[in-house]
Ligand binder design. Structure first.
Ligand code: ADP
Ligand code: MG
Length: 240
């Protein structure tokens, strides 16, 4: 599903990603852990071209997204992204937040988009919130709307950047439950998270990033129970 070769990203003189090679299979759930500033968000943002890589190649579902002339709109339809701070449109209802993109891009009629949106809202446990505005929702509800919104485009891949980091603790579980059910349905997911329990339980593979490189990757068992890299060991000793 994702083939990343020699990915580099610099901001001016600051080299943030220093050569990342990674393959992620269809249906795989991969968690990325690592200290703040290690390049986790930049890595995710390169996968949907919110950042332009400085060097290297990224292929998604067989198509190069880094080749000259690659179509960003088509890519964004294949890749859903969920951010720490929800990024909902504040002046639109929940339903309008979900229907905006597919209708604007001409992929669905409004009626089709609304039917799909209502199904997705039910799926994330917010069937009664279609007419609500984001400001009236809790953080956990907002994040579930953001997940439903990303799903309206029927993405092949979902990227999550610390989706629960801005939530009050009592809201975290509902959002993780929605993500877990997506994972069970076979969605390919890449999740930057500080929720180590969730990463251990839901991931097929865990990647530990530090200083712009993948220091270690393996099954949750390998990474959490028997990390080999001293940096992984040091990080886990602090967060577990
Ligand atoms: P993480 O998500 O692991 O905390 P980031 O990918 O956000 O790390 O950031 C990695 C490094 O890149 C940090 O030093 C950060 O300050 C820097 N950085 C991130 N985005 C930008 C940007 N748009 N311009 C300049 N520097 C940036
Ligand atoms: Mg980040």
């Amino acid at each position: 599903m994702i083939e990343i070769t020699n990915l580099h990203k610099s901001y001016g003189k600051l080299e943030v990603l220093k050569g990342i090679d990674q393959h992620i299979a269809k249906g795989e759930v991969v968690s990325i852990i690592g200290p703040s500033g290690s390049g986790k968000s930049t890595f995710l943002r390169c996968i949907n071209l919110l950042e332009q890589p400085t060097e290297g190649e990224i292929r998604i579902a067989g198509e190069s997204i880094t080749a000259p002339g690659a179509c960003v709109d088509k890519l964004r339809q294949k890749v859903g992204m969920v951010f720490q701070h929800f990024n909902l449109f504040p002046h639109k209802t929940v339903l309008a937040n979900l229907t905006l993109a597919p209708v604007k891009l001409g992929l669905m009629s409004l009626a089709e988009a609304e039917a799909k949106a209502l199904g997705l809202l039910a799926k994330v446990g917010l069937a009664d919130k279609e007419d609500a505005y984001p400001s009236s929702l809790s953080g956990g509800q907002k994040q579930r709307v953001a997940i439903a919104r990303a799903l309206t485009m029927s993405p092949e891949l979902m990227l999550f950047d610390e989706p629960t980091s801005a939530l009050d603790p009592e809201m975290v579980g509902d959002v993780l439950d929605v993500m877990q059910s997506l994972a069970r349905d076979g969605m390919t997911m890449v999740i930057v998270t500080h929720e180590m329990g969730f990463a251990r339980e839901v991931s097929d593979r865990v990647i530990f990033m530090d200083e712009g490189v993948i220091q270690e990757a393996g099954t949750p068992e390998q990474i959490f129970n028997a990390p080999q890299n001293p940096r992984t060991q040091g990080f886990l000793a602090k967060v577990l």
